[in-house]
Design a protein around this ligand. Structure first.
Ligand code: KG4
Ligand code: ZN
Length: 343
């Protein structure tokens, strides 16, 4: 199967041509990406209006470049897949309308993809992982612990009750004057610091259940900075390392609770989303996985951040089991992965 995938839910305008059959691995034939990082940098975050306009400006060029580079045309496609949520409303709408128009004009199967599900299916694209598996999904907008049973079939064990993990990285980095995106900047700085130097809370860790909370952790960092501590380079590195460790403790602790409670027929633990790029987190997940007899699968770094290959692959997964969508499917800027929604 060969699918053209589109991703426009945040600040990456991305198009990819993906080929393969579930369970994978699949082949990414070609990707074209316009990263809007510089357009948003001055604002220390993504500006929705700027993002939507940039998607609109670039999509045509990216598709033309992709077809030119591969020599593949619409006749060679089995379908068109696009993120229809969750994400910034303007960007999602631009991509969705664009993909719908192509599907209609070229009479192609159309698949509306949940962006979070696409992150979660990425290890099948990269490694051909078999269902079911544990998924720690940690991105800029979401933090969830899921059991992935199949396309559009999940059981959610935990979610954040306030900030997402990536959002916490970004907000703390902003407070520390490290710029956007915050995750990579904190990870770099943390490598030079002591992770036990600053005492920080681990919210909800003494409570039962698998939900996360990161806003108290963020507030503690703010207080630490307001007290004038950690202003020199060494202090900043210690703060970054202590924050990264505390956030990691929360993720690992709740994931372990889920693994204890959950279905022990699962043999694989998968991490996905932008925060999955964090090597400190990967090392800790590796320890957790060994302890519980699970195999840890981490997609390649470039497939953890937002990309269109994961959307194309999710389209292949859906088409394979006969899921297609009609052209009146709405944009869903808020679309959490909930068990009851799909299973
Ligand atoms: O999945 P993603 O590319 O976009 C969303 O769907 O949100 O995730 C972006 C998030 C940002 O919050 C960014 O700071 C975080 O992933 N991130 C990291 C790292 N690289 C990106 N967080 C921690 N460590 C990293 N190395
Ligand atoms: Zn994402």
């Amino acid at each position: 199967m060969r699918i053209l995938g589109f991703e426009t839910s945040c600040d990456e305008t991305a198009v990819a041509l993906v080929e393969g059959n579930p369970p994978g691995p699949g082949t990414i034939i070609h990707q074209e990406l316009y990263s809007q990082l510089l357009e948003h940098k001055a604002y220390s975050g993504v500006v929705p209006e700027i993002a939507a306009r940039a998607h609109l400006d670039r999509l045509d060029q990216l598709v033309a470049k992709l077809f030119e580079a591969t020599g593949i045309g619409f006749n060679d496609l089995d379908g068109i897949a696009v993120t229809s949520g969750p994400g910034l409303a303007g960007g999602v709408l631009v991509g969705l309308m664009y993909a719908k128009a192509l599907a209609q004009a070229q009479s192609k199967s159309f698949i509306a993809v949940n962006h979070l599900e696409a992150h979660g299916l990425t290890p099948r694209l990269s490694h051909g992982v078999a269902f079911p598996y544990w998924l720690l999904l940690v991105s800029g907008g979401h933090s969830q612990i899921l059991e992935v049973r199949g396309p559009r079939s999940f059981i959610r064990h935990g979610t954040t009750i306030d900030d997402a993990a990536g959002e916490a990285f970004d907000k703390v980095a902003k407070m520390m004057g490290l710029g956007y995106p915050g995750g990579p900047a904190i990870e770099r700085l943390a490598s030079q610091g002591r992770d036990d130097a600053v005492e920080l809370p681990r919210p909800l860790m003494n409570k039962s259940g698998c939900d996360f909370s990161f806003s108290g952790l963020k507030t503690a960092v703010r207080r630490h900075l307001e007290q004038g501590q950690g202003k020199n380079i060494e202090g900043m590195a210690d703060l970054a390392a202590s924050f990264q460790k505390a956030l990691g403790d929360c993720l690992i602790g709740k994931l372990e609770s889920a693994v204890f409670d959950g279905d022990n027929q699962m043999k694989t633990l998968v991490v996905a989303g932008g925060v999955a790029r964090n090597l400190h987190l990967r090392a800790r997940l590796d320890i957790l996985a060994s302890k519980h007899g699970l195999e840890l699968i981490c997609p390649p770094l470039e497939l953890c951040s937002d990309n269109a290959a994961m959307i194309g692959w999710a389209g292949i997964e859906m088409l394979h089991v006969g899921f297609t969508d009609s052209l009146d499917v709405p944009a869903q800027p808020r679309w959490p992965l909930r068990s009851e929604q799909y299973s």
